[in-house]
Design a protein. Structure first.
Length: 144
């Protein structure tokens, strides 16, 4: 079974973050520039939370708060649920279903290795199923 570390090997470990003191506008501006749905929030190099599109909708837009005046540390989701690099894709899918989240930072011994999204996990599962179908097809046709 595939692990999260295999996804990070292909995807890379680049993770964007903002400081807890930055504004929501700064966070969503960065998210829009790189077309991502979540950004980690750090304080003094440590993960303090995560700010997502859902956070923006529920905590800023619906409450009619100003994204230019609101500090991201005040509206981030905390604590952050994370994954271990040895966690399986299946385990991460279960975690995301249970916590109703779409992004999991991958942390090992307190060090941030990367972040995986539900899309990353689904893609990995689909790639594995396609490979399995091809192997079965080769077996059936005798071309293995």
């Amino acid at each position: 079974m595939s692990t999260v570390s295999e996804i990070l090997e292909n995807k890379g470990g680049m993770v964007l973050s903002v400081d807890v003191t930055e504004t929501v506008f700064d966070a969503i501006n960065l998210m829009a520039q790189v077309n991502i749905g979540a950004i980690l929030v750090q304080k003094e190099g440590t993960i303090s939370g995560i700010f997502t599109e859902r956070d923006y909708l529920q905590k800023i837009a619906l409450k009619q708060l100003s994204s230019q005046e609101t500090i991201v540390g005040d509206v981030m989701t905390s604590p952050v649920i994370s994954a271990d690099p040895d966690d399986t894709v299946q385990k991460c899918m279960e975690t995301m279903t249970t916590c109703r989240c779409r992004h999991l930072p991958v942390v090992e011994d307190g060090k941030l290795l990367g972040i995986v999204s539900i899309g990353d996990l689904v893609k990995k599962m689909l790639d594995e199923k396609q490979e399995e179908v091809e192997q079965l097809n080769q077996y059936i046709t005798g071309t293995y």
